[in-house]
Ligand binder design. Sequence first.
Ligand code: NAD
Length: 321
Amino acid sequence: MNGTSHEGPVVVTGGAGAIGSYLVRELLAAGREVRVVDNLSGGRRAHLPPDGTEGLSFIVADLKEPARYASAFDGAAELWHFAANTDIRKGSKDPKLDFEDGAVGTYVVLEEARRHDVGRAVYASSSVVYGFPSVFPTPEEYGPLEPQSPYAAAKLAGEALFSAYAYTHGLRSYLFRFANIIGPNMTHGVLFDFFEKLRADPSRLEVLGDGRQSKSYLRTEDCIAAMRLAVERCDRPVNLFNLGTADRTPVREIAEKVVAAHGGTARIEFTGGSQGWVGDVPQQLLAIDRILALGWRPRWSSGEAIDRTIADMIAERRAGA
Ligand code: NAD
């Protein structure tokens, strides 16, 4: 099996996205060979180092077309699977999107990993698999899992497939249930939405829901550090971790910070209701004891992560990104 050492080529699906592109840079800096597969539906080529960068190859391909990217798996030691529809509201209107990109796409990419005898496979899952939990902070053992959106259902289906491939085909699996991950190069999420709304109309900021939705926000750097640590240290067939911060931030506070960063004059208007949209999980705080026990600590709290990301976004927009 290719994955017996922490060396060898790494396939990163969704590697042109916000989180994937950060991982790619980290792996290249560590001297790993990285092969990115991305259809550029949400990510951008510019998020990655340029063509010709030593150790990096890039294939523009959809997950569901394995013939176009099977060569990326030749001799690969690891798969990091980040590619997915990340527009949850769009998926709620058209469930086929999450079923095809999330559930079917995950099956197709796992098949390539199996066919090529890849040793380890890492999955970007989400806290949304918990549905509306009644226990906070929510531990990994919480159940029953009742997804509230097609996106959440696809994430849970993906977890189940990784588990099945671990026990049936020996593909050691690492499943990470993310809180909200924020950092450079984002093209979705609450901060991105607020910036876009204020760009369109600087006089008002519409906030979906009553502003009391409260969630944990983790910086990309902290997220990737935790994932790499768990992959390095753990060797059960299936290794499952929540990833988030110990605190959470209400949406109202995020709106106020974004408005302040834009000069402080925009009027904040709430659409009302406890959910921002159908499928929104309004309260989220994950128990992170399991990843803390490995020695990981987030460098930034939820509030600090938001401040830092607002500063990144202002810099990106000034640079014309
Ligand atoms: P992103 O949208 O920036 O990245 C997703 C990447 O996948 C994009 O580059 C996109 O072009 C690519 N992609 C989408 N569908 C594809 C397909 N069918 N074939 C090939 N490529 C495809 O999102 P992100 O924030 O970097 O998220 C990365 C992963 O983490 C996703 O799986 C997402 O569901 C998961 N996740 C993210 C968060 C978060 O808060 N950012 C939270 C929970 C889970």
